[in-house]
Design a protein around this ligand. Structure first.
Ligand code: GCU
Length: 699
């Protein structure tokens, strides 16, 4: 079935297996599904759409029960007593968003029941039923009880009001502010469908580098229109709050969070928003970071700032997501240490409706970072994790990189904060320390491109983020399989081959960009391509040389006790492990250590040879990917097949560019030849250094 990718994983392609098709048709012969609320109405619409597509038949949704029913979709209070009694135990634990899909024997025959405590649960259950069918699963003995493990499952759009997207590589912003509120783009609805189908229940519409204008009445009306579109899908709208807004749009002289007039201004502003959007989610704030204003401008702390905003939204049930992505230009020690140093002492001082949003690693969304040491270190403060779906540092929307593999690695990392097994996932889902609010944010990779994300495979990163936000214990491999089946094909040869390709794609990008713990070597500003030589930016910690510290003696950032001592921000077990290169996992070696070029790696190679071979391995992995994709032609429509093929060719070129530029640059210090097996660079170092990209996207 041809596709331009617009349908994402909601393609509802015809079921090809004839036996299964017949079974499904029987199971959909008599459906009870009464509408009556906006949520149920969108669930019904989706069901009809899915069934028409997959089974090639229209279905009638009966508003009253009959003995003939083969499928019943109804919230618990509308089920007949025999069925609801049999599900009582499961229903009790289901909460507001969970659902049950179960095949139940009643009156001597099997009926599939989709039920929940709420209409929202019914909507999620309906989407899941359709997804299971897209995966061609047998429903005859189905028994699924699901509820999200995380409360806030939220996309962060770094979208500006002029429709550019900071670090966006998939076109312009979806939000057509000029035409809102009058014009509702079909995209808004399809965006909401896609999100609801994977359980995403919140969206921050605007960039963390915020513009106060969005808080003015004219824009609030536009935001209201979007909130109205998203509401039936269970998606709340949030905005970024520019800390200096009281000055910029409120006419005040200060934005000091302890000033009564400032407090009053935010309270009134919140009241104004909630009057139009009663379920407005709240604010996301980037304060005192990379030039953004914040409480520290007035000698106040993050606690003062966050709590002031929290008080403004709390009468309406709103929350504040306060970001921990802070690093000051005056700190001479180590950028990686700063967020922890600034925030951990405040543990327990934030209001109940504040959650601190922490990037997955201590620097900035690199191809690989150790987990952020704040996770597990603030037992009395809700922390949400922030992942980046848009590939700012991982090849934009040109490189095929399956990010759920990266997310899973972080989520499954053990913080040891309460002994062995204290994984980041358990910090995030609130089970390690009992937390009032839990959350996971993903910086969106979505724009106006026809396929939403630029690269057909980048759709999987949106999908996988939603799935992991629903359940951070999921296996990234299973997620890849679901997505492949729904998005491309159910053919086993295809799914099994591409699943492995997706899994391997993450390590490939680490290898050809920043192997063995290297990080932040992207060319600066736009972050497109390698720039390990860059050393001329105003702030030391914006320069790649700050991170790799290559010199004639060796390479890497010494974060041991005798270096910056960043290791000490981890639990004692890990601090000890990371402090010694011999016990540091090699994938983090140069993150924590500055080591001589002849340092011996576990495989017996010298560090120099090891680095060079890793770069080559990364390039080779892309080569393998291209060969494998070539064999997938019979399973994929021509349009998407060609698109991916072209993108993979660019990825290979860029992987070689990374390898050659970095190795030529480091070779100046190592003074050693490239080991056997590593291809000779095609260009000189000067050539690579001369490249300029003034119009690289996303900047
Ligand atoms: C990175 C990114 C910025 C972004 C920042 C943030 O530094 O390059 O564009 O604003 O992260 O997360 O705030």
């Amino acid at each position: 079935m041809a596709s331009n990718g617009y349908d994402l994983w909601l393609r509802y392609a015809p079921v090809e297996d004839q036996t299964l098709l017949t079974t499904y048709q029987e199971q959909f012969q008599s459906v009870y599904f009464k509408g009556g609320s906006s949520k149920l109405d969108v669930a019904q619409k989706e069901l009809k759409r899915g069934i028409t597509g997959m089974l090639g038949q229209n279905i009638v949704l009966n508003p009253s029960f009959s003995d003939k029913n083969t499928l019943i979709i109804a919230s618990a209070k509308n089920l007949n007593t025999a069925i609801s009694a049999s599900l009582e135990k499961d229903l009790k634990d289901l909460g507001e968003e969970g659902f049950i899909i179960k095949s139940i024997n009643t009156n001597g025959k099997n009926v599939i029941v989709v039920t929940a405590n709420t209409d929202q649960g019914i909507l999620y259950g309906t989407f899941k039923l359709l997804m299971l069918m897209q995966e061609n699963r047998d429903l005859s003995a189905i028994n699924r009880v699901e509820k999200p493990k995380i409360d806030l499952r939220i996309l962060n759009h770094w979208d500006n009001l002029d429709r550019t997207v900071e670090r966006g590589y998939a076109g312009f912003s979806l939000w057509n502010w000029q035409k809102l509120p009058g014009f509702i783009d079909q995209r808004y609805i399809d965006y909401a469908r896609a999100n609801a189908s994977i359980g995403i229940n919140g969206t921050v519409l605007t960039n963390v580098n915020a513009n106060a204008l969005v808080l003015t009445p004219r824009y609030i009306d536009k935001v209201t229109a979007l909130a109205d579109v998203f509401r039936p899908y269970g998606i709340k709208v949030y905005l970024t709050a520019r800390f200096s807004a009281p000055i910029e749009i409120g006419g005040l002289e200060t934005a000091d969070p302890l000033d009564p007039k400032v407090k009053q201004w935010w309270k009134a502003k919140s009241d104004e928003i909630y009057q139009k959007i009663p379920d407005f989610g709240g604010f996301l704030v980037k304060a005192n970071s990379e030039g953004q204003p914040g409480p520290q401008n007035y000698g106040r702390s993050h606690v003062d700032g966050a709590n002031m905003l929290a008080d403004a939204v709390s009468p309406h049930g709103g929350i504040v997501m306060w970001r921990a992505f802070v690093y000051s230009e005056d700190d001479a020690t180590d950028r990686a240490k700063q967020a922890y140093s600034e925030f951990v002492p405040f543990d327990g001082q934030f209001r109940d409706n504040v959650i601190i949003q922490v990037k997955n690693g201590p620097i900035d969304f690199q191809p690989r970072e150790p987990f952020h040491p704040m996770f597990g270190a603030m037992p009395k403060t809700p922390l949400m994790i922030e992942f980046q779906l848009t590939q700012e540092y991982l090849g934009f929307s040109t490189h095929l990189v399956y990010l759920p593999k990266l997310f899973e690695e972080v989520l499954q990392a053990d913080t040891y904060q309460e002994g062995k097994g204290s994984t980041v996932a358990k910090v995030i889902d609130g089970s390690l320390h009992d937390k009032k609010i839990t959350g996971m944010a993903g910086v969106a990779n979505i724009g106006t491109d026809i396929n939403w994300t630029g690269h057909p495979f980048a759709e999987a990163n949106w999908y996988g983020f939603g799935r992991l936000a629903w359940d951070p214990e999921l296996d990234s491999r299973d997620i890849a399989k679901e997505w492949l089946r729904a998005t491309f094909s159910n053919k086993e040869e295809f799914v099994n081959t591409m699943e492995q390709v997706m899994i391997d794609s993450r390590e490939a990008v680490v290898n050809y960009m920043t192997p063995l713990g290297l990080h932040h070597m992207m060319d600066t500003g736009h972050h497109y391509g390698p720039g390990p030589w860059v050393d001329n930016l105003s702030r030391a910690d914006w320069n790649p040389v700050y991170y790799h510290k290559a010199d004639s003696l060796g390479i890497g950032f010494d974060r041991t006790k005798s270096g910056s001592d960043a290791v000490d921000q981890y639990a004692p077990e890990l601090a000890k492990r990371f402090n010694d290169p011999k016990t540091t996992p090699e994938e983090f070696l140069l993150w924590f250590h500055h080591l001589p070029w002849d340092y011996k790696l576990k495989n017996g190679e010298s560090l120099w040879n090891g680095i060079a071979l890793k770069y080559q391995e990364g390039v080779d992995e892309v080569g393998t990917l291209i060969k494998t994709w070539g064999k997938m032609k019979p399973y994929v429509d021509a349009a998407r097949f060609n698109e991916v093929s072209m993108l993979l060719d660019i990825q290979l070129k860029e992987a070689k560019w990374w390898r050659d530029a970095c190795l030529l640059y480091f070779q100046q210090f190592s003074q050693q030849p490239l080991p056997a097996g590593v291809e000779k660079p095609a260009e000189t170092l000067d050539y690579f250094k001369s490249l300029r990209f003034p119009y690289a996207p996303g900047n």
